[in-house]
Design a protein around this ligand. Structure first.
Ligand code: SF4
Length: 189
């Protein structure tokens, strides 16, 4: 993974690091991650875990609310409000000591769907309007089956119109069942 990051940077691509903050796994390494990203000039976004896919562990065991993470980070770093927006759900701060940008993505502690403009297309041509739903549109079939762009344009408009006002994610401490069976890697980040 590190080699890929360095290769992308060497090729002139702007790299942003996304990291799911996990209780007992990486929570003690977040300061180091902020330092490293700052040194290399990469934005960093921290995310709360999302109940996507059956991964064989109970998410509740690893869930960290980012409000608490932020409180802890602010003991070491000066986080200044940053109005930056990528059009997505992250809320940003600038880390005064590194000059780097730090985002917080909080699907569980603060529902942010109302501001979400993201849709995802899988390698097999399915367009998912929302990470939190099994609903999809088969773009591949539409592209292969229609002579004009009209059907495709209508389907895309329909997909955007179906984005929900909020998700139904629940970290179920007892059953450990995911809200959506599809794992994140199928859809992409
Ligand atoms: S759950 Fe769906 S609508 Fe909400 S932020 Fe994620 S992708 Fe966007």
């Amino acid at each position: 993974m590190l080699a890929g990051i360095h290769a992308a940077r060497a090729a002139g691509l702007k790299v942003k690091i996304n990291t799911v903050a996990l209780r007992g796994l990486n929570e003690d390494g977040l300061d180091e991650l902020i330092r490293w990203c700052g040194e290399l000039g990469m934005d960093l976004a921290l995310l709360e875990t999302m109940p996507l896919g059956d991964v064989g562990v109970h998410r509740a065991d690893r869930y960290l609310a980012l409000d608490h993470v932020r409180e802890r980070l602010e003991r070491r770093w000066t986080l200044r409000p940053d109005p930056h927006s990528s059009g997505g759900p992250a809320r940003y701060a600038t880390v005064a000591e590194t000059g780097g940008r730090l985002g917080f993505i909080t699907p569980l502690s603060h529902d942010f769907c109302g501001a979400c403009n993201r849709v995802r297309v899988t390698a097999t041509g399915r367009l998912y309007p929302c990470l939190g739903s099994e609903a999809f549109i088969d773009l591949r079939a539409l592209v292969r089956g229609s002579e004009s762009d009209q059907a495709l344009t209508a389907a895309l408009a329909d997909a955007i119109g179906r984005k929900p006002p909020r998700h139904d994610f629940v970290v179920d401490a007892f059953s450990g069942q995911p809200s959506v069976r599809r794992t994140m890697h199928v859809t992409g980040g």
